[in-house]
Write a protein that binds this ligand. Structure first.
Ligand code: UT7
Length: 342
């Protein structure tokens, strides 16, 4: 008889124990964007809901913003960094591909030898990270997992591109996922659609953008910085029609009805997408909706934890409330779940 492997035993359930955010100090109002593109404050506000966004300065690196946000999440969770058994960093704007930025963040926080890795799931990155963390806690590979969504999208923004120059912002949001006596993270409904990979993407890969010291490949063109491009209308339609269905599946999987929610925290992509989703989900007016995009712009992987922290800070939602979260973006990828707020 072949020997059996002793099974790993984890917690029965998991939940978010703490959340924290970091917002860069430099505020970019719409008036500043108008220096770069032919637009108007009114157009930007009515089409996207954005009044201002924050852009990181040279000191506000991906690692620095992450450490600041994570520090707050750790403090709220009331744990010690050495109890963290996994660090997941969701980002598409850490420009140094190797090594993962997660290991530096884990080291700076004092997480010992915790496994640390980056994931690229754009605006669904926080939800992807949450799903992994939930599995790690329940599967017994970690007691607490730190999930960070962090972006410096200003680095990937072409300020002359009218369709994206006003949208993106920078920042970091973090959450601590750990054991719970009751279910605090519902089934994560996540997925991808690679047939639409082109609708949001970098204009080109790094190797075609820059000259390599390689005679075979020839010289690259440094003027071709790989900024983000987006077919706004295609993403808009997909977000409004397909993502509302995903949000409904997350509610159903959790056995929760819309009227039982204490908050709706969708990815902060566009205020009109948020409004359309609220309508499609038939959310009662009593459910508070995150509208952080007005002050923060679209911060991709950071947007949901940043908006979550803000709602708790401002008393718009409270600890123990159920929140429906949904992220969607480049890939295309999506992730939705019902969670208990920390
Ligand atoms: O986070 C990842 C997921 N991303 C998203 O979910 C973003 C989804 N998409 C969007 O949020 C919207 O598509 C945008 C905010 C990007 C654009 O809004 P839109 O309502 O789809 O604008 P549009 O591209 O259809 O353009 C409408 C009009 C056009 O003029 P005409 O052809 O109607 O005369 C554009 O030329 O607005 C014009 N336009 C602008 N005008 C002033 C396009 N960009 C601008 C601009 N300022 N920046």
């Amino acid at each position: 008889m072949s020997p059996t492997i002793k099974p790993a035993t984890g917690a029965q359930h998991s939940r978010i124990h703490g959340v924290g955010g970091y917002r860069p100090t430099r505020v970019i109002p719409n008036s500043e964007v108008l220096n770069w593109i032919d637009s108007s404050d009114e157009w930007i506000r009515t089409r996207s809901g954005i009044a201002e966004r924050r852009w990181a300065g040279p000191e506000e690196t991906v690692a620095e913003m992450s450490v600041q946000a994570a520090g707050k999440a750790v403090a709220m969770a009331g744990i010690r960094p050495e109890q963290i058994g996994g660090v997941i960093v969701a980002t598409v704007s850490h420009l140094k591909q190797t090594p993962a930025i997660a290991t530096e963040i884990a080291q700076r926080l004092g997480c010992g030898t915790a496994p640390a890795f980056d994931i690229s799931a754009a605006c669904a990155g926080f939800g992807y990270g949450l799903s992994l963390a939930d599995g790690m806690v329940r599967g017994g590979s970690a007691e607490y997992v730190l999930v960070i969504g962090v972006e410096r999208l200003s680095d990937l923004t072409d300020v002359t591109d009218r369709s994206t120059a006003f949208i993106f912002g920078d920042g970091a949001g973090a959450a601590i996922v750990g054991p719970s006596d009751t279910p605090g993270i519902g089934k994560v409904i996540w997925g991808s659609d690679g047939s639409q990979a082109d609708v949001i993407s970098q204009t080109q890969a790094w190797d075609t953008a820059f000259a390599k010291p390689d005679a075979v490949n020839g010289a690259g063109d440094e003027t071709k910085w790989p900024a983000l491009r987006m077919e706004g209308q295609a993403v808009f339609r997909w977000a409004v029609y397909d993502m509302a269905k995903v949000a409904e599946q997350a509610l159903e999987a959790a056995g929760i009805t819309a009227d039982q929610l204490g908050a709706f925290i969708p990815h902060q992509a566009n205020m009109r997408i948020i409004d359309a989703m609220v309508k499609k989900l038939d959310l009662p007016p009593s459910v508070p909706v995150a509208r952080d995009i007005a002050e923060t712009g679209n911060t991709s992987a950071a947007s949901i934890p940043l908006a979550m922290e803000r709602m708790l800070e401002r008393g718009e939602a409270k600890s123990g409330d159920l929140a429906l979260i949904i992220g969607f973006g480049a890939g295309l990828v999506y992730a939705a779940a019902v969670v208990t707020l920390p």
